[in-house]
Design a protein around this ligand. Structure first.
Ligand SMILES: CC(C)(COP(=O)(O)OP(=O)(O)OC[C@H]1O[C@@H](n2cnc3c(N)ncnc32)[C@H](O)[C@@H]1OP(=O)(O)O)[C@@H](O)C(=O)NCCC(=O)NCCS
Length: 196
């Protein structure tokens, strides 16, 4: 019977009765869209978020980023190296977090007698240039002053403009070059902040 005749006789087909029977799940079911990402932070607003904090980085924090360290943060260190660093008594690591264990970035130092040596600062790739690196560095400088350090030093790849700009913003000065420091081929600037 033609659809119009059915309509005239009051016979209606529902969506269910005409639904095609797929032999396999539809593409939409096989490849559901990714869960929506949280909205990005507006520049400078991270600090105002109620659940934002900068705290000592724990092994729990490490576990929550272990599998995404290389892809989402930085490929400078293998996860095992960061884990060893967290257990090293001469090191101190801090993490920028949202809530309990959503790690937005982290930073660490080696604790010398007169000098804090920054080992790494890494911010999640999708949250960079929004002030999180600055807040981590600010905290390290505060800790260095509390511990009566005279200097903070670090090495940075000569081509790493975002990092160099970050350090310069806080007054770090170029103190020399270490030739072939990274991977035996790439030069690093030595940068120092004098706290005295
Ligand atoms: C370096 C890094 C930690 C900076 O973190 P961030 O959260 O993006 O830094 P901020 O948003 O606080 O920016 C700090 C300053 O750096 C500069 N900056 C940041 N990103 C920049 C970019 N892509 N290009 C140029 N300058 C940049 C800005 O001048 C900014 O200063 P402003 O606040 O006056 O504008 C981040 O880029 C990162 O994780 N890089 C990979 C890991 C790494 O290389 N770490 C350094 C190891 S030595």
């Amino acid at each position: 019977m033609a659809a119009y005749e059915k309509y005239q006789k009051g016979i209606f087909e529902t969506a269910d009765s005409v639904m095609p029977m797929y032999l396999r799940p539809s593409q939409a079911e096989r490849n559901p869209p990714p869960a929506a990402l949280p909205p990005p932070f507006a520049r400078g607003t991270v600090r105002e978020r109620q659940d934002f904090s900068i705290k000592n980085m724990t092994l729990e924090d490490f576990k929550s980023i272990e599998n995404s360290l290389l892809t989402d943060f930085d490929d400078f260190w293998q996860p095992e190296t960061l884990k060893d660093e967290l257990m090293n008594k001469s090191s101190k690591y801090i993490a920028a977090k949202e809530g309990q264990n959503n790690i937005l970035g982290f930073a660490g130092i080696w604790n010398g007698v007169y000098d804090f040596h920054i080992t790494d600062i890494a911010v999640r790739k999708d949250l960079r240039n929004q002030g999180i690196g600055s807040m981590l560095l600010e905290k390290l400088i505060e800790l260095a002053k509390q511990n009566k350090m005279e200097t903070i030093t670090l090495e940075v790849l000569c081509t790493n403009t975002p990092a160099i700009k970050l350090y310069e913003k806080f007054g770090f000065k170029n103190a020399g070059i270490r030739k072939n420091y990274y991977k035996g081929t790439q030069d690093a600037f030595i940068m120092t902040l004098n706290l005295m």
